[in-house]
Write a protein of this length. Structure first.
Length: 454
């Protein structure tokens, strides 16, 4: 089409549409050039507003198909850049807000609740088998084996998560090597104190279960672990109405152990079958040492509390699920605080408030639980606060501070329990109270800066 094309009266098109189609519009009356530029500016305002230079407007006009001839005849400008400058001046700058990113730390509510249940369910095994072994020396065997399993499991879990950065296959290989060694080390440690073969067998079953459970929890097999614990839970639930006898009391926990080991093997097989991911050098073993020391010290503190009030251990283990949920909530709330503040001092204040809110949200629900179980509230709440704050620091990569503080608290509490200079609850309260203050100060100092949350 070489000739001009005038629009018919009442038609759906307009002059600008003609221009976009590459057609020259009918000549306007004198003085209409400015109006045409205004109309074009209004039409293209959405694209012109965010521009930071007239050249961007020129690129927009080119994309609209405006030729040099059309620019001269319709808009009265000598060239593309002249018209672009006029449009740039007419339209005010508008810079739309970028879309807010989603919360990367949104917790999985079901998974956190399930993990809390899974931490507590294994304790039902002691209800079924408690009358089949001696409570004195045999109990010491289980305590020693359990402490070794706790320490080994924490260190192995941390190393497996490090290897997860290079893929599930590497994490699976780490767990395949470390989990059996942990079970053997725990069983061997307990066997040094064993006075009977029954105690060694119970310690071996406990160690095997804890190793298998650690593998499943790292690889996301919580539902498999819950299914493995079904025989144990069913047997314990039937105890108030039915005494299953010696054989079922042994068979049901053993069946759960075997199911957990089988489930762990299945999870490992799936992880080892994953595609390899190129990664850097293996992290040194020393990086996982503080996590093992923390696991050992946390186990000592929990067992000291359990000697005073056994049901307090149940309360603590069930609360580990909500504790994990609050760790995610803290990270999400800290990211929100980072976006809402403009100065380091303002972020420090808001971050401290978030820390206090999450800590109170974890500890306060434990108060009625302590009263219901007959446990003394002070040592239980301070122990819970110590463990949660230590886990928070570990989540941000600060491993040695919580390990050192908790280890010192465990040594002090254990020494007080052995020498008895103070009543057990008072000694545990002082140890955990001091540890909680130190860890809270570390958390405020470390996490009150924007860098760890960026």
């Amino acid at each position: 089409m070489s000739g001009p094309m005038a629009l018919e009266p009442g038609g759906r098109g307009d002059d600008t549409l003609s221009l976009r189609l590459g057609r020259a519009p009918a000549r306007s009356a004198p003085g209409a050039d400015r109006d045409a530029v205004d109309r074009l500016a209004a039409e293209l305002a959405e694209g012109i507003g965010p521009a930071v230079h007239p050249y961007e407007v020129a690129a927009l006009l080119e994309s609209e198909g405006l030729t040099a001839e059309v620019i001269k005849e319709r808009y009265g400008h000598p060239n593309l850049f002249s018209l672009a400058s006029a449009l740039y001046e007419r339209v005010p700058r508008t810079f739309p807000e970028p879309p807010r990113p989603g919360n990367p730390w949104r917790p999985d509510h079901v998974r956190c609740a399930l993990r809390g249940v899974l931490f507590a369910l294994p304790g039902l095994a002691y209800l079924l088998t408690g009358g089949l072994w001696h409570a004195g020396r045999d109990l010491d065997v289980l305590v020693v084996a359990g402490l070794v399993s706790w320490a080994w499991g924490q260190a192995l879990g941390h190393r497996a998560y490090l290897r997860m950065a290079t893929g599930r296959r590497e994490a699976g290989r780490t767990l395949l090597k470390g989990a059996p060694l942990g079970a053997l080390a725990a069983t061997g440690s307990g066997a040094l104190l064993a006075g009977s073969g029954t105690a060694i067998g119970v310690a071996a079953a406990q160690s095997a279960y804890l190793s298998a459970a650690g593998v499943l929890l790292v690889l996301g097999g919580e539902r498999l672990l819950l299914a493995a614990l079904t025989p144990l839970a069913a047997g314990a639930a039937a105890l108030p109405w039915w005494d299953p006898g010696t054989v079922p009391r042994l068979a049901l926990p053993l069946l759960s152990v075997l199911c957990a080991v089988a489930a762990a093997g299945r999870a490992l097989r799936g992880a080892l079958g994953a595609s390899p991911v190129p990664g850097g050098p293996r992290p040194p073993l020393l990086r996982s040492l503080p996590y093992g020391l923390f696991g050992l010290s946390a186990g000592v503190l929990v067992l000291l509390e359990g000697r005073q009030h056994p049901y307090a251990v149940v309360v603590l283990t069930v609360s580990m699920g909500p504790a994990e949920w609050l760790l995610y909530r803290y990270r999400g709330m800290s990211v929100s605080a980072l976006r809402a503040t403009a100065t380091p001092a303002a972020f420090l204040l808001r971050s401290t408030g978030v820390l206090g809110l999450c800590l109170l949200s974890y500890v306060l629900p434990l108060l009625p639980a302590a009263l219901l179980t007959g446990a003394e509230p002070a040592p239980l709440l301070l122990l819970a606060a110590t463990l949660w704050t230590a886990l928070l620091l570990q989540a941000f990569g600060a491993a040695w501070q919580p390990a050192a503080v908790c280890l010192a608290a465990a040594v002090a509490a254990a020494s007080a329990a052995a020498l008895r200079p103070l009543p057990g609850p008072i000694a545990l309260t002082l140890s955990c109270g001091t540890a909680c203050l130190c860890l809270t100060a570390c958390a405020v100092r470390l996490l009150g800066r924007p860098a760890p949350h960026a």
